[in-house]
Design a protein around this ligand. Structure first.
Ligand SMILES: Nc1ncnc2c1ncn2[C@@H]1O[C@H](COP(=O)(O)OP(=O)(O)OP(=O)(O)O)[C@@H](O)[C@H]1O
Length: 964
């Protein structure tokens, strides 16, 4: 990357010194803000920002250079006196990194240190073009004004949110509890990137609460911006909104919305400086957002269910960005998230919609059923789907991006893209019509297809034909098709036609001069003597430097300049014609520009129509993407049968799979059944060895429910799913024992939030609760929470735990069921292969309690004599002071590879044992007592195990502690 680094230029040292002098005089910047200076062709970054850019973009500090400072400035320069330059290309990467991945703010200054552009994670409008990216998710910024009610511990939060990319503004109030779980759901459902909060941190009464709000915002991967309390006044906001919305509707808003949310809105409008940007005024639309219409998801659920690709700095995957151009569907690399799995979208608007749907699963059964009907229809109509995804959808441009560009500095090229889009609509209408004539699908589904896609598309065909007519009469479509030129039709404008005529005549004269000169100088006009339109000289001729000797023999030729490629020259006459051409061309462009502006402004009046169409097509795109994923999965997905909320609470999945895990090349996925049934078995405790597949099993249930509720089919053989109003996850701190107390606190807080949020219609997923703390505290916590959920809330819950003692809860509460992970042998169906090549795997989840000693399961599956297995079990039971056994299991910490390889070794060892037992006749003892025989058998095992023990064989050591 360093090769593309431009050189920092100043006209002299004093200019350079002055530049830095002004730099240190700037007001102090906020934390996590990067300042850049626009030097025209490139940018420069100074001081600690330069070090940051060197480290995070160039990955080397060798790119840093020293700033030339005068002695006084040097004294006051309290950062490294370094700078680094950034090309336009690198700038795009830097901006993306700062704004979208790291949550930094960016300020761009001009050479005289005037602030020209600023951007923050929730507002990238001013730098959007510099980033040159297709934004695949909406960029929402929110603002909160909280009113705490000290009596009941609840609070009311007035929220306003704005999506500057889609010109949407909304307001709502939410009542929240002391853990702000509703705020969390809101931030997640809308994927809020930045949140404005009143700065009450100095107020001792509200400081702790503000801090809690900040923590929740942080947890959702969203940036907090603190603003003065006075910014949140609701005064005059309706007037500002009237301007923004372009109608008087806003004047009645104070009756509809609370003072709190209006105050929040005021802060937002002034922070984004929306009214100072002329192109924003009148563009906005007031939208509603109701928390209840969608499933609640908490921050842990987004991660635990792998909804988006997760990077080290970007827990929510943030924007799934594709560098300008067509979005490849995001499936080029390894699939690590549901988003990547489901994203076969062909349009950018489709990708954005999918992003939104993943964060907003539906809860209304009728709405979900409609999506399932449509997916079903497109799965059936393969031919239609293929036509749409190969011939039509890829041709659909990003309307939102195009109209924005047209608004700023678009050209005929963009108008033509929209024209082509418009031409596609009647074609799509036509194919739908022809496919709907088919006998196949039932009438109700056909009706749904008509009302969802066909009707909204055909409704706009007529108005669009006027737009098309306008383009066809004004734009030279032939010139575009033949030469990719964007020109106004000359017959459309007399003045233009006249200039064009003159230009063509001059062009003729130029050609004649070229040919005459070629003859005069004796060079071939096609090969040696070139005619060129030079950027400085205009029309002129060129000869190589070798051939130029000939020129000097003729006086009439005037040399213009010499470069490596040769000598540019002209004649008096050619110079004058070139001049004239230049003037005429400028006039032509000017005339054309005025007309282009007119065409653009007419085109822009159609924006609402284009946007509606684009949304319908985005919907079609996502549904067809679901149909594609569902039919091309390793085992096709199936349509789930749904139970509405508050009715039969039963989820029954037969042979269910984790959709993301089953796509991994190195995994042969073992499917599992799941049954959750209100009152009978709605709380499942899953125990089993490390790496046994517990987490996968419980998360799989969450992912499948979510998939069903966004409208997709599910990876099961059969599925009955009770719609849930929330998926709440508590996923263990894993190996973060080091964090000690704080981890325990985090666990308590997050779990408290779950308990507050869950209703009897929710799904709770808890993995390794209490692992980050001492066994005693952890177990106490896990037990209390489990008991509360199973006994009081009564929703679906899946608990994966190492606390074996938790399984005793099932004795207390009838709705608690124990499940455990067992070893499972994949029988090799290939007869020719030797029996030894069977692979032993874990991952099968079955009812009951895990007896911990999975070695014994292996013994069972190698068809070991029952008697011996029983004996070994008794032995294990002797050891079965649950705690020690549990501790052993934890200490063993075997990796999956160790377990699988170990099982193969164990199998060989046990087979050897059986052979020797048989050889020595111990299996049918005739002259010794059964007890003596068992003793001998055990001795034999000990001997064999000792013989084969390898110092590094952790697995065998572990098994021995259980068996011997
Ligand atoms: N059903 C399955 N089929 C195939 N492979 C699986 C299955 N479930 C899990 N695995 C594999 O096993 C690995 C470990 O699974 P998982 O994390 O679910 O185990 P765990 O029991 O929760 O482990 P721990 O107790 O250490 O947290 C997964 O990364 C995956 O590779």
């Amino acid at each position: 990357m360093s090769s593309t680094r431009p050189e920092l230029k100043f006209s002299d040292v004093s200019e350079e010194r002055n530049f830095y002098k002004k730099y240190i005089a700037l007001p102090k910047k906020l934390l996590k803000t990067i300042r850049l200076v626009d030097k025209g062709e490139y940018y420069t970054v100074i001081g600690s920002d330069a070090v940051f850019v060197a480290d995070s973009v160039y990955h080397t500090q060798s790119v840093l250079k020293n700033c030339q400072l005068d002695p006084i400035t040097a004294k006051n320069f309290d950062e490294p006196a370094k700078y680094v330059t950034v090309s336009l290309q690198v700038l795009a990467t830097l901006l993306k990194l700062c704004l979208l991945d790291l949550g930094y703010k960016v300020e761009i200054y001009d050479k005289s240190w005037k602030l020209t552009k600023s951007a923050s994670p929730g507002n990238i409008e001013q730098v959007n073009e510099l980033m040159n990216l297709n934004i695949d998710s909406s960029i929402v910024i929110a603002s909160l004004k909280v009113q705490w009610n000290s009596q009941d511990g609840n609070c009311v939060i007035g929220i306003s949110f704005i999506d500057t990319t889609a010109y949407k503004v909304g307001m709502l109030d939410i009542v929240d509890n002391e853990v702000y779980s509703n705020l969390e759901s809101f931030l997640i459902q809308l994927g809020v990137k930045e949140c404005l909060v009143q700065d009450l941190t100095l107020n001792p009464n509200s400081n702790t609460e503000v801090q809690k709000v900040i923590n929740v915002i942080d947890r959702c991967g969203c940036v907090v911006t603190l603003l003065k309390n006075s910014e949140f006044s609701e005064k005059d906001v309706e007037l500002d909104l009237t301007k923004l919305l372009g109608n008087d509707l806003a004047l009645s808003l104070p009756q509809k919305y609370s003072k709190l949310s209006m105050g929040a809105c005021n802060a937002l409008i002034s922070y984004l400086q929306l009214l100072s940007e002329q192109d924003q005024v009148g563009k906005y639309e007031l939208v509603e957002h109701k928390l209840k219409e969608f499933m609640k998801l908490d921050a842990s659920a987004i991660k635990a269910l792998n909804l988006f690709p997760q990077g080290p700095q970007n827990p929510f995957g943030g924007n799934n960005l594709a560098v300008s151009g067509f979005t490849s569907g995001g499936n080029s690399g390894k699939i690590t998230s549901l988003f990547q799995l489901l994203n076969h979208c062909r349009t950018n608007a489709g990708v954005r919609l999918l992003n939104e749907w993943l964060k907003q699963p539906l809860t209304n059964i009728d709405q979900i059923t409609k999506r399932h009907d449509l997916v079903d229809y497109l799965i059936d109509q393969i031919e239609l789907r293929q036509m749409l995804t190969t011939d039509f959808l890829p041709m659909i441009p990003d309307i939102r991006r195009l109209t924005k560009k047209l608004n700023k500095r678009g050209g005929l090229e963009d108008v033509l893209k929209i024209y082509q889009f418009s031409k596609k609509i009647p074609e799509i209408v036509q194919i739908f019509n022809s496919f709907l004539e088919d006998e196949g699908p039932v009438e109700s589904v056909k009706e749904l297809v008509r009302s969802t896609w066909l009707a909204p598309l055909s409704q706009h065909v007529e108005p669009l034909s006027k737009f098309e007519e306008m383009v066809e009469t004004t734009v030279d479509l032939d010139a575009y098709e033949e030469n990719n030129e964007f020109m106004i039709k000359i017959e459309f404008n007399e003045e233009l036609a006249k200039i064009r005529g003159n230009l063509d005549a001059l062009r003729e004269e130029i050609h004649t001069i070229h040919l005459d000169s070629a003859e005069d100088l004796g060079f071939d006009p096609d090969k040696k003597l070139k005619l060129e339109n030079h950027h400085l000289h205009g029309w002129c001729m060129r000869l190589t430097r070798n051939d130029a000797k000939e020129l000097r023999k003729h006086k009439k030729y005037i040399e213009l300049s010499t470069v490596k490629a040769g000598i540019f020259f002209s004649t008096k006459q050619l110079k004058s014609i070139a001049n004239e051409t230049n003037i005429l061309q400028k006039e032509y462009d000017k005339q054309q520009a005025a007309l282009v502006r007119e065409i653009i402004s007419i085109t822009l009046t159609y924006t609402p129509v284009f946007e509606k169409l684009s949304l319908v097509l985005a919907h079609l795109d996502v549904i067809s993407s679901f149909a594609h994923t569902s039919s091309y999965a390793p085992i096709p997905y199936i349509r789930p049968k749904l139970h509405p909320m508050n009715s039969e609470r039963r989820t029954h999945l037969v042979s269910s799979r984790h959709p993301v895990l089953e796509m991994q090349d190195d995994i042969s996925f073992i499917s599992n059944d799941v049954t959750l049934e209100s009152g009978k078995g709605d709380f499942l405790i899953i125990t089993g060895p490390n790496m046994g597949g517990k987490s996968t099993y419980i998360r799989q249930v969450g992912v499948i429910s979510l998939m069903a509720q966004i409208g997709c089919f599910v990876p099961c053989e059969e599925a009955e799913i009770a719609i849930v109003d929330a998926i709440l996850c508590r996923v263990g701190a894993g190996d973060s024992q080091l964090k000690g107390v704080s981890t325990f606190m985090v666990e308590i807080l997050e779990t408290a939030s779950i308990l507050k949020n869950a209703s009897k219609n929710s799904l709770i997923i808890v993995d390794e609760l209490g692992r980050g703390t001492s066994t005693y505290d952890g177990f106490g916590l896990a037990w209390a929470i489990a008991e509360h959920i199973a006994g009081k809330i009564g929703c679906f819950a899946l608990f994966a735990t190492h606390f074996h003692e938790l399984t005793e809860l099932s004795e207390k509460l009838p709705n608690v069921k124990n499940m455990h992970v067992v070893a499972h042998i994949e029988k090799d169906t290939n007869e020719q292969k030797h029996d030894d090549e069977d692979i032993t795997l874990l991952y099968k989840v079955e009812p009951g309690i895990s007896d911990q000693s999975f070695g014994i399961h292996v013994a069972e599956v190698v068809q070991f004599p029952e008697k011996i297995v029983k004996m070994a079990k008794r032995k294990a039971n002797e050891l079965d002071d649950l705690k020690t056994s549990n501790e052993n299991l934890k200490k063993a910490k075997l990796s999956l590879q160790e377990v699988n390889e170990g099982n193969i070794r164990l199998k060989a060892l046990l087979e050897q044992w059986i052979r020797r037992v048989k050889e020595e006749g111990l299996d049918t003892p005739s002259n010794i007592s059964e007890e003596a025989s068992q003793h001998k058998i055990q001795e034999l095992l000990r001997a064999i195990a000792n013989e084969s023990e390898n110092e590094n064989d952790n697995y065998l050591k572990y098994i021995k502690t259980l068996l011997l």
